[in-house]
Design a protein around this ligand. Structure first.
Ligand code: NAP
Length: 258
């Protein structure tokens, strides 16, 4: 830890995985800007060239030890919470390693399958290490999913259109998949077994957007959410960092800590 950061001993120690990515770099700034948090490590494969633990200027106001892997970071630096915004290929193993090192995890990376979640649920429960997986940290997106669940009680036909920037690696988005699950669960409670189709759009210029369109007799209802920039996710990320250690086992969805 840099000398300035190491003086902040009363603060919750946070590491960010995927720190050089779009979401990770925004998260590093949000953590460093919060009076209750201190950034104790940044993880990204590109840091490998510098060697483990090099104090790095990430533009957050103080220098931060950087590591090429979660394993190296957790072996060499202290953390109370790890936030993962890496890739669909890396997130499961990163989360496993955090659980092994007994550090609570906030997972923002999307692309975890139901099987992956079941395995992480088991590991987190066995180790007693809380894990919060939130496919969307924007408050408006959480409300969109809740409104969709309400609408599903009354309208029994629905399709989802999710639209994201063209560098997004997974499709359909984690938000669309969670929204679909909530709607299908609600329908199932009413005795209806039916799938919600998802349409994925990938275009430059977009950030993260979703429309949930219900159709009824002579009417449609559209619930739309737009994240216009990555700062839109930060209040939810910071809240998750502060609350994750109060959870038990694996919890999916930001609404569980609101
Ligand atoms: P990105 O810009 O591609 O950033 C991902 C970063 O992770 C890259 O720097 C990548 O390095 C790095 N990385 C690769 N393997 C890693 C590993 N094993 N350990 C640590 N870091 C590793 O992607 P992004 O746009 O920030 O999105 C990241 C994830 O967040 C995606 O899954 C996206 O869908 C999700 N997301 C979630 C929310 C939410 O609210 N939950 C919102 C937006 C996005 P390389 O480039 O060298 O591979």
């Amino acid at each position: 830890m840099s000398s300035e950061a190491s003086q902040r001993t009363d603060r919750l120690k946070v590491m960010v995985s995927g720190a050089l990515g779009r979401m990770g770099s925004t998260t590093c700034k949000a953590v460093a800007a919060d009076a209750e948090l201190v950034l104790t490590g940044a993880v990204d494969p590109a840091f490998g060239a510098h060697g483990a633990g090099v104090q790095t200027d990430l533009g957050v106001g103080y220098r931060v030890p950087s590591y090429a892997s979660i394993e190296a970071a957790l072996t060499n630096a202290e953390a109370d919470v790890v936030v993962d915004f890496s890739t669909p290929d890396a997130v499961k193993q990163n989360t496993r390693l955090c659980i092994q090192h007994r550090v609570a995890v906030v997972v923002g990376t999307t692309g975890l399958s139901p099987g992956d979640l079941a395995e992480l649920d088991r590991l987190s429960g066995e180790a007693g290490v809380p894990v919060l997986v939130a496919p969307n940290f924007a408050m408006g997106a959480v409300l969109m999913m809740q409104f969709a669940e309400m609408a599903a009680k009354h309208l029994k036909a629905c399709e989802i259109v999710e639209l994201h920037h063209d560098a997004k690696l997974d499709a359909p988005s984690g938000t669309a998949r969670l929204t679909r699950l909530r709607i299908e669960d609600s329908w199932r409670e009413d005795g209806l077994e039916k799938e919600v189709p998802i349409h994925s759009v990938r275009l430059p210029g977009l950030v993260a957007h979703q429309e949930v369109i219900f159709g009824g007799m002579g009417e449609t209802l559209t619930i739309r959410h737009d994240s216009l920039n990555r700062e839109s996710f930060m209040p939810g990320v910071v809240l998750a960092v502060k609350r994750v250690r109060d959870l038990q086992g694996l919890v999916v969805g930001l609404e569980n800590i609101l």
